[in-house]
Write a protein that binds this ligand. Sequence first.
Ligand code: PLP
Length: 253
Amino acid sequence: MRPVVLCFSGLDPSGGAGLQADIEAVAAQGAHAAVVCTALTIQDTRRVYGFQAIDPAFLRQQADKVLADLPVRAIKCGMLANPEVVAMVRSVCADHPQIPLVLDPVLAANSGGSLADPRMVTELASLFAHAAVITPNSLETRWLAARDNLDEALARLHELGAKAVLLKGGHEPGPMIRNVLSVDGKIVQTSQWPRLPHEYHGSGCTLASAIAGGLARGLTLPVAITRAEVWLQSTLADADLPHADGQAIPKRI
Ligand code: PLP
């Protein structure tokens, strides 16, 4: 069968982000997504209204059954909601160190609404050492590192244990978006993308899951990232815009 990506992610009922983004993005890379749903959110394409996390012991049983049953070749983490869910994922990763982890350190939606318990800013760092790559945007990088200067913040994420960081520049000003892949503190790849006209709901989930799909299929990290970035651009260029003043939903399939 196709290689499997085990996704730990939240449900966004608008279908733009979260586990639906993961399923579609992983499938588009020729892999199969198996999803452990960490939280239910209340949100639309404009904002987040609330969320409820699921019992981590229950989630662990789901993950164990899938890992015992299917050829899981990558793990992808999106919304983990609270430190108890992080601890559960950490123990899954420790039990399966051969499976590469793509960690999207979700703290807030692109609309700005919180998707994480405030303790998560420090807690997520405990997963860094398990990850093949972490994919923070520049806001998350500053929050996770507790540094304003972006270069210093990136260096700090490595000090906190991250081997590879894909720093996404979409929240920085300017007509071009610059993404940087830093491995062991050295920049090994950069890419630039024209800024598209809208705000997008679930673009981070889409990119991280596409990278995980590529890794599951055996691509190297830099190649998986480049392919995922190129594909993400096409999903954003074709995105559905439900309201002129809201966020667009990437068209992944
Ligand atoms: N996970 C869930 C469940 C979400 O609802 C969201 C955003 O709305 C995210 C993750 C992060 O989304 P983005 O890809 O826009 O950063």
